[in-house]
Unconditional design. Structure first.
Length: 245
C-alpha cells in the first residue's frame, strides 16, 4: 500500500457569492390559528351562555391578538350512565369532528352542539362551517385570504362531566356588539344569544406584544388541508370536497 505525504484533502467550500438571507420565523396564516409570534392579552370576560338541570355552556377565556381572538368554551354536565339524556358518544369529544353532521347540509341532529358568534355588522361564524380547502393563489406560494369571519377549533380537553374547547376567531370584531350564540336541542338548550361589547377586546388587541417584528408570515402546514369553517354570511353552496383530502 502506497502512502502519500500528508496533505490537505478536505477543503472548506468557497464562500457564497451572495450573503444568506436573514433568518425568518415562519408564521401561520392569520385566519388559521393564533399567531405564535405574539403574546396576546387576556380579556376579563366570563359569561354563561346557557344552563339547564343537566348541562351548562360558558365562555371562560378570551385572549386578544392583533388580528384575531382566542376563545375558550367550557361545557359542564351532570348526566351519568343510565340516566335519561345521557349521551355517552358525546362525552368524548362534544365539539370535535365526530359531532359534525355527515354529509353537510340537511337537517342538523339534535345531539349536535352548535356555537357561533356574530359581529355588529351582521357577519357571523359558527362551528357548522362548510369544508373549504385552503389552496394557493395564482402566484406560486401565494395564499388566498378567505372571506371572514372564521371560527376554527384548536385544542380541547376534558372528561368525566366537563369539556373545554379552544376556538380561533378571525378577524378581530368591529366596534359595537359581539354576539355569542349557543344551541343544543338534545340537552334542552334552545337557541340562546348573549351580547357583549367588543370594545374591551379591540382595546386589548392593541396591546398584544409582537415578539419578533421582522419574523416572516410564511406558510403553514395547514395550507392544503380541509378545515371546517363558515364563510362569512355566504349563501353559496359549499365547494365539493372530492379530491381535497
Amino acid at each position: 500500500m502506497r502512502q502519500t505525504p500528508h496533505m490537505s484533502f478536505f477543503e472548506p467550500p468557497p464562500p457564497p457569492e451572495q450573503p444568506a438571507p436573514p433568518f425568518e420565523i415562519p408564521q401561520p396564516s392569520p385566519w388559521l390559528q393564533a399567531p405564535r409570534n405574539e403574546l396576546g392579552v387576556v380579556v376579563p370576560l366570563r359569561v354563561v351562555l346557557a344552563r339547564t338541570d343537566q348541562a351548562a355552556v360558558a365562555v371562560v377565556g378570551v385572549t386578544a391578538y392583533t388580528r384575531g381572538v382566542s376563545l375558550r368554551l367550557a361545557l359542564r354536565w351532570r348526566s351519568r350512565p343510565g340516566e335519561e339524556g345521557f349521551d355517552e358518544a358525546m362525552l368524548g369529544m362534544p365539539f370535535g369532528p365526530g359531532a359534525m353532521p355527515q354529509p353537510l347540509g340537511g337537517e342538523l341532529p339534535p345531539e349536535l352542539l352548535r356555537f357561533g358568534v356574530q359581529f355588529a355588522d351582521g357577519r357571523k361564524a359558527t362551528t357548522l362551517g362548510a369544508s373549504v380547502p385552503w389552496g394557493v393563489g395564482a402566484a406560486a406560494g401565494e395564499q388566498m385570504e378567505p372571506p371572514g369571519p372564521i371560527l376554527s377549533p384548536s385544542s380541547g380537553d376534558g372528561g368525566d362531566g366537563e369539556w373545554n374547547q379552544e376556538y380561533w376567531l378571525w378577524p378581530l370584531p368591529p366596534p359595537g356588539t359581539l354576539t355569542f350564540a349557543i344551541e343544543w336541542p338534545s340537552k334542552g338548550i334552545e337557541l340562546s344569544l348573549l351580547e357583549v361589547d367588543a370594545a374591551p377586546i379591540i382595546d386589548a388587541s392593541e396591546s398584544s406584544e409582537v415578539l419578533w417584528p421582522d419574523a416572516g408570515e410564511g406558510t403553514s402546514s395547514y395550507t392544503s388541508n380541509v378545515m371546517h369553517v363558515l364563510r362569512a354570511g355566504s349563501e353559496e353552496k359549499p365547494p365539493d370536497d372530492e379530491g381535497s383530502a
